[in-house]
Design a protein around this ligand. Structure first.
Ligand SMILES: O=P(O)(O)OC[C@H]1O[C@H](OP(=O)(O)OP(=O)(O)O)[C@H](O)[C@@H]1O
Ligand SMILES: Nc1ncnc2[nH]cnc12
Length: 170
């Protein structure tokens, strides 16, 4: 399965100069979606972790089937103002702007080891912000999985402390 055939470039979205990697064809194809989740599960089969974090919103798509299949807790990280209980937050930069991410304060217990599952690794800003959020909560991110990685943005420079795997590299 060549997953690159299921990710299309959309120029100048959401801003001029950004080439947006549209993953919707990789979701429309049941074979591509199954291949993605199966590949993620194979990659983490020897990893030691307690829970799976999914960043809103495209991250939810790939992280929740993993949590279901591996019988692990799922923890949502959301854009501001969406989580109802007490939250901790962290601001971050990404390719086409900046933002704030939030997680429930009680989502993670001290010493918990977690992984992040998301669609795209671009600048690494989102993943770096989640690493900081998890540290604030007393836990540790041990690894992160992505469908696609934009290597030209050098995201791994920000992520030297964790395991990083991506199925496609641009
Ligand atoms: O490595 P980075 O530069 O941080 O970029 C990657 C992030 O950007 C996208 O999310 P976005 O914030 O656009 O939200 P969405 O999933 O709601 O579209 C993508 O789903 C990743 O989470
Ligand atoms: N170029 C890109 N395409 C899709 N999602 C992204 N998230 C950050 N940069 C992106």
């Amino acid at each position: 399965m060549n997953l690159k055939n299921y990710v299309r470039d959309i120029p100048d979205f959401p801003k001029e100069g950004i080439v947006f990697k549209d993953i919707t064809p990789a979701l429309k194809s049941p074979e591509a979606f199954k291949y993605t989740i199966d590949s993620f599960q194979e990659l983490v089969k020897d990893w030691d972790f307690d829970a799976i974090i999914g960043p809103e919103s495209r991250g939810f798509i790939y992280s929740t089937p993993m949590a279901y299949n591996l019988n692990k807790p799922f923890i949502p990280v959301r854009k501001p103002g969406k989580l109802p209980a007490e939250t901790i937050s962290f601001s971050y930069d990404l390719e086409y702007g900046s933002g704030i991410l939030e997680m429930h304060k009680d989502a993670i217990s001290k010493g918990d080891k977690v992984i992040i599952v998301d669609d795209i690794l671009a600048t690494g800003g989102t993943t770096e912000a989640i690493i900081k959020l998890v540290e604030k909560a007393g836990g540790k991110v041990v690894g992160a999985l992505f469908l696609a990685e934009l290597t030209s943005l050098n995201p791994r420079e920000k992520l030297t402390e964790i395991k990083v795997e991506s199925l496609i590299k641009y």
